[in-house]
Design a protein around this ligand. Structure first.
Ligand code: AKG
Ligand code: FE2
Length: 336
């Protein structure tokens, strides 16, 4: 039987990232990270104006003809554009990488635009700076969820070399896909991005008001993560999941697209991935594992895991969770 739309919505706590953490909030976020691997943040310092600007400047790039965008596509030297039909027929994205977000954005702009233009790159520089600062704060806070003073014990030694990159995503039907004319009710769901787990330590997601982000419960049920004005969604990825010895959940999630009179509604999102450096050896410290517990992952080099995932992506299995997660890559068959 094919899957149809559900309406279950998960209640995730909202963290005011501008305030110090109180012991009572600590426990609800700690629980959310262990149960869902997702929570919201507010007072994050990114204005609605900046999001409006990012949306409109990004649309400008997405509106270039396909042939132009492919000049920065997977077969080009720049490789910042992922065209339709790689992640899904409805997904296309531009990638902007840190630490020099300006230079990375400009490498795309220089190919696409005939005239010199730095509006996009300047804006991405500002957004990259804000997301970098936010990611550092989030990692510190998440370390507090794991244990007393863990941010003091582990932030500097383990997380100070992290880096980030941004994926700007446009969910829309490709030119070659006709609108469907099924009945209105009981429609099959359309995945804009299939089930996957992130590779990152943490991911910060901005989704527009359309919604469609879903997390899979431990029981395997899809739950909506509704957009909420002025808040961002944070989720734990496989790198931090492995580092925490599985205590923080790296959840399967996906994006489903909405329809309006059988037309797919365009959706815009920004996913910022905060990751360990390539040569980092991910190995959960004794104190994190805790007395009497066993390690569930063998130590591994971060870049080797990224390579493992990308290899499977190339085979057309873009970010599919099953068979290609850190559990498959470094799960300890014999616990150590
Ligand atoms: O588009 C979104 O809202 C989320 C995207 C996502 O999960 C990802 O890019 O890993
Ligand atoms: Fe994701």
């Amino acid at each position: 039987m094919s899957e149809t739309q559900t309406n279950h919505c998960v209640q995730l706590p909202v963290l005011d990232i501008s305030q110090p953490l109180s012991p009572s909030t600590l426990s609800s976020f700690s629980l959310a990270c262990r149960e869902w691997g997702f929570f919201y943040i507010t007072n994050h310092g990114v204005s609605r104006d900046l999001y409006r600007k990012l949306h409109s400047l990004s649309n400008h790039l997405f509106n270039f003809p396909c042939e132009s965008k492919l000049k920065v596509g997977p077969s080009s030297s720049v490789k910042t554009y992922t065209p339709h039909f790689i992640a899904s027929p409805f997904f296309e994205s531009f990638r902007v990488s840190g630490p020099d977000f300006f230079a990375s954005a400009q490498s795309t702009v220089d190919v696409l635009f005939d005239e010199p233009n730095s509006d996009f790159s300047e804006t991405l520089k500002e957004y990259g700076r804000k997301m970098t600062k936010l990611s550092k704060t989030i990692v510190e806070v998440v370390l507090m969820f794991l244990g007393d003073d863990f941010e003091k014990k582990f932030y500097e030694s383990e997380f100070s070399e992290c880096h980030g990159y941004l994926r700007i995503v446009n969910y829309s039907p490709p030119e070659s896909v006709e609108d469907q004319d099924d009945d209105d009710d009981d429609q099959e769901i359309i995945e804009g991005l299939g089930m996957h787990v992130d590779m990152s330590c943490v991911t910060i997601v901005y989704q527009d008001e359309i919604g469609g982000l879903q997390v899979r419960s431990k029981e395997g049920k899809w739950m909506n993560i509704n957009p909420c004005e002025d808040t961002l969604v944070v989720n734990i990825g496989d790198m931090l999941h492995a580092w925490s010895n599985g205590q923080l959940r790296s959840s399967e999630h996906r994006v489903v697209l909405k329809r309006n009179n059988n037309n797919i509604v365009n959706r815009f999102s920004l996913a910022f991935f905060w990751c360990f450096e390539d040569d980092k050896i991910i190995f959960s410290p004794n104190e994190v594992v805790g007395d009497g517990n066993l390690r569930i992952y063998r130590p591994f080099v971060c870049a080797d895991y990224v390579k493992f995932r990308n290899l499977n992506n190339e085979k057309g299995k873009f970010e599919k969770a099953i068979g290609f997660t850190v559990k498959d890559f470094a799960g300890a068959s014999r616990q150590i």
